[in-house]
Design a protein around this ligand. Structure first.
Ligand SMILES: Cc1cc2nc3c(=O)[nH]c(=O)nc-3n(C[C@H](O)[C@H](O)[C@H](O)COP(=O)(O)OP(=O)(O)OC[C@H]3O[C@@H](n4cnc5c(N)ncnc54)[C@H](O)[C@@H]3O)c2cc1C
Length: 379
């Protein structure tokens, strides 16, 4: 049992009204009442059910980390910095067109295109920018469509709504790109699959994005409207530390803002998130500090190993060893995120035995509470 299941009223009381909602979308599309509107999860009409998937799958209701780890990795939660990993490497797309369109090395887009080509999946659930540069879920069925979704939009959006809205009788084998909170919700859906909705066995490939925090859709959109004209934005970027910048690519120009200013638009829930590297996915992908145009790649499952091997064999990805120093930095950053999260949760509850949603061991909690953290920095 992953969560003590309650209903939508409890979801609002314990998560949404407390600023803990990550807008992952696990509660949307599964019932007629819940919608994502203007950056928030809202209830269209009163629902008095006392049990619901909306509560059960939420990444901010009680989550037994051992149970989800067992489902995804076949072992209890290891609780180290970056989670269960079979292989660490650095990669980029072999194809220049993908690299040009992608956020960094184009590893995510390349793997999805390959998975469509080699028959691992029939469709991929991704995000694509609207004309207003808001992220929106869509289903890509070809490598051309995968490239339409390339690039990062740093605003949180309900990726799992798109999954929930797949036709109930669909036989499509699916790939999905998720941030860490979305990966936790997806893992909870796999542990206790919805009987009335999409068949979770059809989700054949999950690619996780590293994430230190995401921006609040509604508030950050106001910032964009007031400071940059949304329609002209070609790309968003947060260059790795020590840059401390948020860049908007507008035509050939780059308009930069201090990351300190942009951090004001973070989702409040990110302060309580333990996971920086999307630990419950097949493969996790991020940037490489100091090496432009490449991705750090953590291969976590056998399925992940198989597709990486295929990509290398077919020349779809260039693969190199990640420099040891980069792995050290990644682990430091991931550990800091964990320690900050547990310390923020205990500060919020005032009780070290109440970690709100986090089902971790007492030993790990004490280790993270004892870890000294620097003021919030980086991304
Ligand atoms: C909110 C957010 C925070 C991030 N924080 C970090 C960080 O702290 N450190 C780090 O190293 N990397 C971070 N990343 C990941 C990084 O920006 C790249 O997405 C990643 O390195 C993959 O690069 P790529 O060139 O392979 O991506 P691409 O091949 O360009 O593919 C990117 C994929 O991400 C999907 N996507 C875009 N926006 C979103 C979104 N909002 N939610 C879910 N999926 C989306 C796209 O549909 C596309 O499929 C973050 C990404 C996001 C969305």
């Amino acid at each position: 049992m992953v969560t003590k299941t309650k209903g939508v009223g409890d979801l609002f009381k314990e998560v949404i009204d407390k600023g803990l909602c990550a807008v992952c979308g696990a509660c949307v599309g599964d019932c007629p009442y819940m919608v994502f509107y203007r950056g928030k999860i809202r209830m269209l009409d009163f629902c008095n059910r006392t049990e619901g998937h909306c509560y059960e799958y939420c990444p901010r209701t009680f989550t037994d980390m051992d149970a989800i780890s067992d489902k995804i990795h076949g072992m209890p939660y290891i609780g180290d910095e970056i989670g269960t990993v079979r292989k660490v490497l650095m990669a980029r797309a072999g194809d220049g067109k993908t690299r040009a369109k992608a956020q960094y090395g184009g590893t995510v887009s390349t793997l999805l295109s390959l998975a469509l080509d080699n028959g691992l999946i029939d469709a991929a659930i991704l995000s694509k920018n609207t004309d207003d540069k808001l992220p929106a879920g869509f289903v890509a069925r070809s490598p051309v469509q995968v490239l339409e979704g390339a690039g990062s939009n740093y605003m949180a959006y309900p990726a799992l709504e798109t999954l929930n809205r797949m036709p109930r009788d669909s036989k499509d084998r699916l790939g999905i790109v998720v941030t860490p909170c979305q990966a936790i919700a997806l893992a909870k859906m796999k542990v206790s699959p919805p009987s009335q909705r999409v068949n979770m066995d059809n989700v054949r490939l999950s690619i996780g994005l590293f994430c230190t925090w995401a921006l609040a859709y509604d508030r950050f959109y106001e910032f964009i409207k007031n400071n940059v004209s949304p329609a002209k934005i070609k790309k968003f970027d947060i260059p790795p530390p020590p840059a401390n910048r948020f860049d908007f690519y507008i035509g050939k120009e780059v308009k930069s803002f201090s990351l300190d200013e942009i951090r004001k638009y973070r989702m409040s829930t990110c302060a309580y998130c333990l996971d920086m590297t999307a630990e419950f996915t097949d493969i996790s992908v991020g940037s490489v500090e100091g090496i432009e145009g490449w991705n750090t790649v953590l291969v976590r499952t056998q399925r992940g190993m198989d597709i990486i091997d295929d990509a290398q064999k077919k020349g779809k990805l260039e693969i190199k060893e990640l420099p040891a120093q980069n792995l050290v930095h990644l682990k430091e950053a991931a550990l800091i995120k964990k320690a900050r999260a547990v310390q923020a949760i205990v500060e919020k509850t005032g009780d070290r035995n109440n970690l709100i949603y986090l089902g971790i061991s007492d030993k790990l909690r004490e280790k993270l509470l004892a870890h000294r953290v620097t003021p919030q920095g980086g991304h």
